[in-house]
Design a protein around this ligand. Sequence first.
Ligand SMILES: Cc1cc2nc3c(=O)[nH]c(=O)nc-3n(C[C@H](O)[C@H](O)[C@H](O)COP(=O)(O)O)c2cc1C
Length: 352
Amino acid sequence: MLKPVQIKDKVLEVPIIQGGMGIGVSLSGLASAVLQEGGMGVISAAMPGFDEPDFETDPLAANVRVLKKEIQKARTIKRGLLGVNVMVASRNYGTYVKAAIEAGADCILSGAGLPLELPKYCDGKVLMAPIVSSGKACRLLCRAWDKHYQTLPDFMVIEGQKAGGHLGFKKKELEENTFPSLEQILKDVLTELVYFEEKYKRKIPVFVAGGIFTHEDIQSFIQLGASGVQMATRFIATKECDAHENFKKMILKAKKEDIVYVKSPAGFPGRAIRNEFVQTVEAQPNRSISHCLGCILSCTPASTPYCISRALINAVKGDTQNGLFFCGTSAARINEIIDVHTLMESLKGRME
Ligand SMILES: Cc1cc2nc3c(=O)[nH]c(=O)nc-3n(C[C@H](O)[C@H](O)[C@H](O)COP(=O)(O)O)c2cc1C
């Protein structure tokens, strides 16, 4: 049995966070199903307005409107904790964080960069969780929050190399297999946190992510000092996941050799399924884009090889040729679509 986790003044009944998945892969459908099971359901704030009529002309307005609507829908479930994932690399970061708080999120989870300014937008109203990939990033973040805001993260997520989407490792580390294991990063992060936990006299629960697949995986990380896990790829292959059926089928079909590193305009390496789109980008790195949706701070529209928002929207809508299908290494182990209740029961260790 997995134990509940106390996070500041709240209790997470089941220590499983469903990782935020943009664009549109984790909205209220998936998040609500996870909340219903007592876990943390997370809505992605990455371009949730992609299907709105005004998205092309005023993406910010469409995104904020839909983000709030999705949070309010999930909020009707009175179990679990509701998180919103806002990427640091997003343009209008503060606007999305504030909108999520106004609409009633319990927590903001934030990675793809160090969320150094997150406390400024939260004002103590929600739980705050940075997503990091090293002990060093954890230390820099805690130092900055301690110095500038006299606060600490309420919980942390650490993401290892097996995760899906953008990865917090250098291309060279990935190519040369010199990245640390998730076990090692957990150890480093727990060591870094000791000083801050003593200073503030409170515990910071740590959740690990990247390649977690079974109840036994969860138990083994809990034995190493984690409070729980964050999982994403397994949740794509559920009936309740908000992505198109074709996305789910791509996950079922993917074999180990189909899952590759990709270059992302966000400036981080990513992991995705090697389909026609990925092959075209590899073959023609100098392609240009025609219309910019203004999604990512670090993207330079004049020289970007592709528009990441457009590619991820194609994926969530089920365009298997032109979509970018992010997934973790564990996609190769998934061969059926199940419901969230069945998945959560097996992760809790009640069935297999
Ligand atoms: C399709 C997909 C989209 C993702 N989008 C985001 C995102 O928008 N923001 C983020 O912080 N992480 C994102 N991630 C990472 C996940 O939240 C999660 O931490 C990671 O995939 C965990 O590893 P796992 O998939 O092996 O369980 C994404 C992952 C996938 C598979």
